[in-house]
Design a protein around this ligand. Structure first.
Ligand SMILES: Cc1cc2nc3c(=O)[nH]c(=O)nc-3n(C[C@H](O)[C@H](O)[C@H](O)COP(=O)(O)OP(=O)(O)OC[C@H]3O[C@@H](n4cnc5c(N)ncnc54)[C@H](O)[C@@H]3O)c2cc1C
Length: 453
């Protein structure tokens, strides 16, 4: 396999990752005189803020996923390649990927983050993360399968394990999925499982810190705690998960909570690029960049979004929050800066324009914070709906999501509770990739090959 992209007189910008930052950068380079190569391990962009609705069977994955090839239809001097980036060879301006090596004039890392299990092997093996659309589908399947098994389960202990849902991490994702599962318990379970006592379903939200939504004000944390408690979620603050054995989540206090639905939304670390020089990395394994998003000490290497750590912005000396807006704004500015750099003009430093933050807790309930305004309840929820609907890519997806929300709101019927496993096809694809890796996977720079592009 090779990248199979012709080298032209245009300089080549390779973007690793088509998330919020990488996608915005690629879109904004439309009119620039570059050849743009976008490399992503998925063939679609994912709208992560609504992933919890996919996980809780309230929305289909196609509503929040957008194929790159469709987004970049008819775009000239643009190439998408489905591949995972493994290593970088800056001395040769080249990266190693799962489908071969590709050279660049400018390279931008925008690969985001991955779940951080803090080195706990049991947690890593058994917890269900919720960072990607595939993981959200895995979580949905696990929840629905556990409910199905609970209906026929004769063993009381196992029944508790199947009906206890333990969510670890009290940030926005934890609060949102806890609220969504609590609504499933209230509205969907009685309809779908009339022979199951919904009161046997217990939802726990575990947080090590002293409050939920640590990135927001104490007032919003308090609101979220109050709302979730009213919705029947048992919130445990000051509680650290130390292990998971024999279908039990074990807390530092020694308390054990039996569960087979162990959801992990606690902490992330930046995506590792195999052989990356350790001196490039800072807190959370984020790549250290200067005020132009340039990797410190390099000329043509950049990193944006969650994967980078910029400490030069005086309002954010510990780096920007790992949220969509910093990634989008950095992608936008970097597109302009690459053009400036190429023309030999000075680049503009990045300053984050904080547009606020929000988290939804459930039907008619959300918390939202803007410059000098804090909202909660129905109005915050309405703003949350409008902002997320506007941010979705494509009219088709906007319409689908709006219809879906309206239908759910009116009928209380979360209608898509299917358990679907992709079996054989996935095995075949994985085998193919493994075999391809045998050929290309060594992260070493051999002699220059004729088919390098
Ligand atoms: C469940 C959840 C809910 C969230 N909700 C909100 C919210 O409500 N509001 C908000 O502002 N933020 C939210 N965030 C955070 C927000 O989604 C991120 O901050 C944002 O996506 C960061 O953008 P990015 O471009 O840096 O990375 P990402 O959007 O994560 O994109 C990274 C891309 O890189 C690709 N990739 C990764 N590794 C490789 C590799 N080795 N090779 C090739 N490609 C690779 C991935 O497939 C992906 O397409 C949420 C995150 C999660 C997980």
């Amino acid at each position: 396999m090779s990248f199979n992209i012709p080298r032209t007189e245009k300089k080549r910008v390779v973007i690793v990752g088509g998330g919020f930052g990488g996608l915005k950068l690629a879109q904004k380079l439309k009119k620039a005189d570059f050849q743009v190569v976008l490399v992503d391990k998925n063939n679609y962009h994912q709208f992560l803020p609504l992933i919890y609705q996919v996980a809780s069977a309230g929305m289909e994955p196609t509503s929040i996923s957008f194929p790159f090839r469709k987004i970049f239809h008819k775009r000239k001097n643009f190439y998408f390649r489905l591949a995972e980036v493994r290593a970088i060879f800056p001395e040769r301006n080249m990266i190693q990927t799962s489908i071969g090596k590709v050279s660049y004039d400018y390279l931008v890392f925008a690969a985001g983050t991955t779940s951080n299990f803090f080195g706990n092997k049991n947690v890593e093996e058994y917890a269900i993360p919720m960072k990607t659309v595939s993981e959200a589908m895995g979580l949905r399947n696990a929840l629905l399968s556990n409910f199905e098994r609970a209906v026929t389960c004769a063993d009381e202990e196992e029944m508790h394990e199947l009906l206890n849902v333990v969510i670890v991490g009290g940030g926005a994702s934890g609060v949102e999925i806890a609220g969504a599962i609590s609504e499933m318990k209230r509205f969907a379970i009685p309809q779908d499982y009339p022979d199951m006592d919904k009161n046997l379903l217990h939802i726990y939200l575990i947080e090590a810190a002293d409050r939920l939504l640590a990135g927001m004000s104490p007032e919003s944390s308090e609101n979220a705690l109050e709302a979730l408690t009213k919705m029947g979620v048992e919130v445990k603050l000051h509680s650290k998960v130390v292990d998971y054995c024999d279908h039990k989540v074990i807390l530092e206090s020694g308390e054990e909570i039996p569960t087979r639905s162990f959801i992990w939304v606690s902490g992330v670390s930046a995506v590792d690029i195999g052989n990356m020089d350790h001196s490039w990395l800072g807190r959370g394994r984020r790549i250290k960049v200067d005020e132009f998003n340039r990797i410190i000490g390099s000329d043509n290497l950049f990193a944006i979004g969650d994967q980078c750590l910029m400490t030069s912005d005086s309002n954010f000396p510990n780096g920007h929050p790992q949220m969509a807006q910093p990634a989008i704004q950095q992608g936008e500015l970097l597109a302009q800066n690459l053009v400036r750099l190429d023309r030999g003009e000075p680049m503009e430093p990045f300053r984050y324009n904080d547009l606020g933050s929000m988290a939804t807790i459930g039907r008619n309930r959300a918390v939202a914070e803007f410059a000098n305004m804090k909202l909660h309840g129905w109005f915050a929820w309405l703003i949350w709906l409008v902002v997320h609907l506007r941010s979705l890519l494509g009219i088709r997806n906007k319409v689908l999501v709006l219809l879906n929300w309206t239908w759910n709101y009116i009928t209380y019927d979360y209608s898509m509770r299917l358990i679907i496993y992709a079996r054989r096809a996935k095995e075949i694809i994985e085998r193919e990739i493994r075999e391809a890796n045998c050929h290309w996977g060594e992260d070493v720079l051999g002699p220059k090959k004729d088919d390098e592009t």
